[in-house]
Design a protein around this ligand. Structure first.
Ligand SMILES: [Zn+2]
Length: 233
């Protein structure tokens, strides 16, 4: 049987590759989407290179580029499979920087992301996310934690239920919320994630595997959807 893939893992000095590989082994997970830790990028903007080199070394990580405050894509962006976006120039878990939405550079960036078909795991307030989706409706977005940290899952679901370009990851979410999302939007836009080191891979995966969701659809959530989005299938 094909093994699951984790769609949301942080990698850095405080959570090195070996620890992640260990959790993957215990959880029988084949690959993991990895990106830097917010706290570490603040001190060392070069964490993106670290993530890339660890992905090349291990061969089982799918590297995402951690978006910095300059809103620029690096020259080697084609080596990354997606973007991690975390309250850019705002206050994490507290307040998005709405001014960003009026910067011409943001529109250019959105256009390039759509061209490159790079999915963006976007963690921002609901108001920011809604406006971004309105401005950049061709960008593929993945809302982490079913929207738990940017507002409430039900509000995010209500806002983006009809948007085919908006996906959700299950990291740290309650099992009944994942089941609710599944009943409302089906399996095609849901992605399993653990949020290591804030979540434990095995128990985050168990929540999806034991949810009231048919096996075929669990396979989409734990593997096929993220492969499709990252161009690996
Ligand atoms: Zn995270």
């Amino acid at each position: 049987m094909e093994k699951p893939i984790d769609g949301h893992v942080h990698l850095g000095y405080s959570i090195p590759a070996e620890e992640i590989l260990n959790q993957m082994k215990i959880s029988d997970v084949e690959k993991a989407v990895v990106f830097a830790l917010p706290a570490e990028v603040g001190y060392d903007a070069d964490m993106n290179s670290y993530v890339l080199s660890e992905a090349e070394r291990t061969g089982v990580f799918i590297p995402f580029y951690y978006m910095l405050d300059d809103l620029k894509l690096p020259e080697n962006i084609e080596k990354f499979r997606g973007i991690k976006w975390h309250w850019v120039r705002g206050a994490p878990h507290y307040r998005s920087n709405m001014k960003l939405l009026h910067e011409p550079r943001l529109i250019d960036l959105a256009q390039r992301l759509a061209e490159l078909k790079l999915p963006v795991i976007m963690e921002e307030d609901l108001a920011f996310t809604k406006e971004f989706v309105r401005l950049a409706d061709e960008v593929i977005l993945i809302i982490p934690h079913l929207g738990l940290l940017g507002g409430s899952p039900r509000e995010f679901l209500e806002a983006f239920k009809e948007y085919e370009n908006v996906y959700f990851d299950t990291a740290l979410a309650a099992k009944w919320d994942t089941e609710h999302f599944y009943r409302e939007i089906g399996a095609d836009r849901l992605i399993f994630g653990s949020d290591i080191p804030f979540g434990y891979m095995k128990s985050e995966l168990a929540k999806v595997l034991t949810a009231d969701i048919p096996e075929e659809d669990v396979k989409k959530i734990t593997r096929e959807n993220i492969l499709k989005l990252t161009g690996l299938r």
